[in-house]
Design a binder for this molecule. Structure first.
Ligand SMILES: *Cc1c(COP(=O)(O)O)cnc(C)c1O
Length: 395
């Protein structure tokens, strides 16, 4: 990640030399102070018994995994969660020593060797997978037991062993050499819903599974169940660790959870105006002429497109911020560029900065606004920003 001194946008722009003007046609700005603030707010909200796992899968939801992980750990998080082995290795290669839980499934000898080598912590989803782990570690004569996390399916119907078989599964893993049970966990399917019925049933099943495990004489060393939504919704779901992704990045999982704690969005998406022109009435704009100018208008071309992560389905539906004002995007969004109607600010200059997501003055456009227009969720918008956009850390 590049790094620049704060930032109001103006100071940032003035620092840009000619080279930067071209190289930074578009970029993602990551506000590390906001990130630290969110983590601190979360830690304050938790009881001292509960640790915070910052979920940094998918390159920290598009924010840049290593930088986010470092900042989160410095601000009070004590665990990291990723989806895959390569994501975990990237963190270790970035110098991160904190415990890393791999939330996804791992099976192959290569993955298991990497887990042992890099001191990662896998999720075990089934007895079969547990046997593969134990046998693979046996085959290489691995000396110390590796910490594993038992995943129960309490109603998400994704990874995990059915909660009713929890005790059997835990007993099996406990008997296997080379494995040490570090935690037992499950994942909620509807924690962001205003109706808590399903979440409460999953909570009940999780409790029932724990009771069954205790009934066979095993005390679970550590339990976890909550994602961002459950963390904000109900402290009864916190247990020993909460696995928080979205809220770390400053977004709320649902409108009804906005009062729980104060969060600040971390990511902004910015791009530059690359050409300004006046077009005559009835002129078509962009592929397919999906926009026809109703009158003479001032058009600005911006150097960002769907290959950068601005979804094409937002064409003609969004506004962007320029000089603190909202202006409409017009015509089909193309791979690398999009157009704006800047008739309300006709003296816009080439090189000026446009904020697609983020804040300028009193105006604000959030990933939730885009998600609503696309009938999707903010998680998908954040993960959608491509590596062609440099991540610029603002501190
Ligand atoms: C991604 C993920 C999380 C984090 O979810 P958020 O809603 O972003 O907080 C937690 N637990 C598991 C198992 C996940 O896959």
């Amino acid at each position: 990640m590049l790094s620049r001194k704060q930032s109001p946008s103006v100071a940032f722009d003035q620092q840009c030399d000619t080279y930067a003007w071209f190289s930074q046609r578009a970029w993602v700005e990551i506000d590390l102070e906001a990130l630290a603030y969110n983590v601190q707010q979360l830690v304050k909200f938790l009881s001292p018994r509960t640790q915070l796992m910052a979920v940094v899968k998918a390159d920290a939801y598009g924010h840049g995994a290593v930088t986010v992980a470092q900042t989160a750990l410095q601000s009070g998080a004590s665990w990291l969660g990723v989806a895959t082995v390569p994501e975990a290795i990237q963190l270790r290669e970035g110098g991160i020593k904190a415990p890393i839980l791999i939330l996804g499934a791992t099976h192959t000898p290569e993955q298991i060797h990497a887990i042992a080598h890099w001191q990662l912590q896998p999720t075990l989803c089934s007895p079969k997978q547990a046997l593969v782990f134990s046998n693979t570690l046996e085959a290489i004569n691995y000396s110390s037991p590796i910490p594993v996390h038992i995943k129960l399916d309490t109603g998400m119907s994704r990874l995990g062993t059915n909660w009713q078989q929890a005790a059997e599964f835990v007993q099996l893993v406990q008997r296997l050499p080379h494995l040490h049970i570090a935690s037992i966990y499950s994942h909620l399917a509807t924690a962001d819903s205003a109706d808590a019925t399903v979440m409460q049933e999953q909570h009940r099943r999780f409790e029932e599974a724990i009771a069954q495990i205790r009934a066979v004489g095993i005390e679970p060393p550590c339990l976890h169940l909550a994602n961002s939504a459950a963390t904000l919704a109900d402290p009864a779901l916190h247990y020993d660790i909460v696995r928080v992704g979205l809220a770390v990045y400053g977004l709320y999982p649902a409108p009804h959870l906005q009062n729980a704690i104060d969060l600040k969005p971390v990511l902004q998406v910015k791009a530059r105006v690359t050409q300004v022109k006046t077009i005559a009435p009835k002129t078509g704009v962009s592929y397919g002429h999906q926009f026809i100018a109703p009158c003479e208008l001032r058009l600005a071309v911006v150097g960002i497109g769907y290959a950068d992560g601005v979804p094409r389905n937002l064409s003609n539906k969004i506004q962007v911020l320029i000089r603190g004002q909202r202006v409409p995007q017009i015509g089909t969004i193309t791979m690398d560029q999009l157009m704006l109607d800047v008739s309300s600010i006709p003296d816009i200059q080439e090189g000026e900065v446009v904020t697609l997501l983020g804040e300028q003055g009193k105006e604000k456009i959030s990933a939730d606004d885009w998600a609503e227009k696309l009938d999707t969720i903010s998680w998908e918008i954040l993960c959608g920003f491509k590596h062609r956009l440099p991540r610029v850390a603002v501190v």
